[in-house]
Design a protein around this ligand. Structure first.
Ligand code: GAP
Length: 419
């Protein structure tokens, strides 16, 4: 299954190995013309549900490289680690939990390995050591008082952010699942310090997040929560739950919901003043931290269907990289091509991106669009020239419907749930 997904991803322009012409680079991936659309759609839907549809959450975009003191205070320099073992026979190094994937079984004792990626900055030697952020979160915490002072937020409120994070993973693998560079979409939700109330908010966010994946078409029975045992918890977490997907390589985490308590704000020496009661306190944080690349991978896997020779990506229309494909019934009839080109131009403005295809026969064009998840194909035929109607063919049912050109934008908006 993973072979099929990665070969489709490469062949159709979703995901390529990074620097492939030089043999690739382990743990790095590039998103192609369709992959960037899919990933952007996921991020856009997330931002909509987290920021635009709410009154208590604002957005941010913070820097990837921060003052190195941040990582000392946040505990990452000490505790952002994995146990690493080395095979005594071939000297390859593994994350301890990945030992079983190796053919030999003679290991060194585990050593603690820090996952932060180092960078060297400045012009004088020795250059200053800084870090690529290992989680996007710290920029939100260090700006906590800036956001409170410059916007009208009041506790409880949240700050949402999407951006790149970097981890020097010991064993990257399972296609994009464990990469060294990846994107996160995170919410830090600040609440009053109160055990019962914060637990309620934590439970509420768990439900909202799993529902969000389901609302975009992920199969409910392939999703589950998995609570962290004490030894699995990150250094900042009071308690935590993962959202897992049943991937071909087993149940796998792709979003973490963490109760971070006052760990971060306290370590950065930050607090909150309630303007009404004049009460000063350190808020607690409930965090939802999703991986954009893992979500992209699992949406792809979940959408993948085979029907004989035919491959169909049943992506939710809101996520589909191309919304509509436009075809002239025959490519050698100038009247049909002209009309179809005109319609293509119109739809490109109304509901982008739109694909054009006039190669081969209609069957082959459907086949090609199904494989990349295009929900609708519009064909301009001879009847169109007479009555200004076209056929719309549905990816999942293969049923065709005749619709007036004037009503197309409305038809698609309704299907996309935008009207
Ligand atoms: N701020 C909290 C945080 O970073 P995490 O559980 O370490 O929590 C959150 O990471 C999410 O980031 C994970 O659920 C996963 O989706 C994504 N992620 C983490 N490491 C990753 C990696 N090496 N490759 C791809 N995605 C990763």
């Amino acid at each position: 299954m993973m072979e099929k997904i990665s070969s489709l991803a490469k062949r159709r322009g979703f995901i390529y190995p990074d620097s492939e012409i030089y043999g690739g680079y382990q743990g790095f991936w590039d998103y192609g013309p369709l992959g960037v659309e899919l990933k952007n759609n996921i991020k856009r839907q997330w931002w909509k549900s987290m920021v635009y549809n709410r009154e208590d959450i604002v957005g941010m975009d913070t820097s990837i490289i921060m003052n190195p003191v941040v990582w000392e205070k946040s505990g990452h320099l000490k505790a952002f680690t994995d146990p690493m073992v080395e095979c005594r026979e071939c000297h390859k190094r593994f994350k301890e939990e990945d030992k079983k994937s190796h053919e030999h079984d003679d290991w060194t004792e585990p050593k603690i390995f820090n996952l932060l990626t180092e960078v060297l900055l400045g012009t004088t030697e020795p250059k200053e050591k800084a870090y690529l952020r290992g989680e996007i979160t710290q920029g939100v915490f260090t700006n906590f008082e800036n956001v409170v002072a410059s916007s009208r937020v009041k506790i409880p409120f949240g700050i949402a952010q999407i951006g790149k994070a970097f981890r020097n993973e010991i064993t990257p693998g399972n296609f994009t699942f464990r990469s060294r560079e990846f994107e996160q979409m995170e919410l830090e939700y600040f609440v009053k310090p109160d055990e019962a109330e914060s637990k309620k908010i934590f439970e509420n966010w768990k439900e909202q997040r799993i529902n969000w994946y389901e609302s975009l078409g992920m199969t409910a029975k392939k999703l589950r929560f998995q609570d962290h045992k004490d030894k699995e918890k990150a250094h900042y977490a009071k308690y935590a739950t993962d959202i897992q997907y049943e991937a071909p390589f087993g149940w796998s985490e792709f979003e973490g919901i963490h109760h971070r308590g006052d760990f971060d704000l306290k370590n950065h020496g930050l607090s909150y003043l309630d303007q009404e009661t004049q009460e000063k306190y350190i808020p607690w944080v409930i965090e939802t931290s999703g991986g954009v690349d893992r979500a992209t991978l699992f949406f792809l896997i979940d959408a993948y269907y085979e029907d004989g020779e035919r491959v169909i990506l049943k992506l939710h229309p809101k996520l589909a990289p191309i919304k509509v494909a436009v075809f002239p019934l025959l490519s050698n009839k100038p009247d049909l091509v002209k009309k179809a080109k005109w319609l293509f131009g119109k739809l490109k403005i109304a509901i982008p991106p739109v694909a054009w295809d006039d190669r081969g026969n209609i069957g082959k064009r459907y086949f090609s669009q199904d494989e990349i998840g295009t929900p609708w194909c519009v064909t301009v035929d001879f009847q169109t020239l007479e009555d200004e109607t076209v056929t719309i063919r549905d990816r999942d049912t293969a049923k065709q419907e005749r619709v007036e050109i004037d009503k197309l934008s409305e038809w698609f908006s309704a299907k996309l749930g935008e009207k």
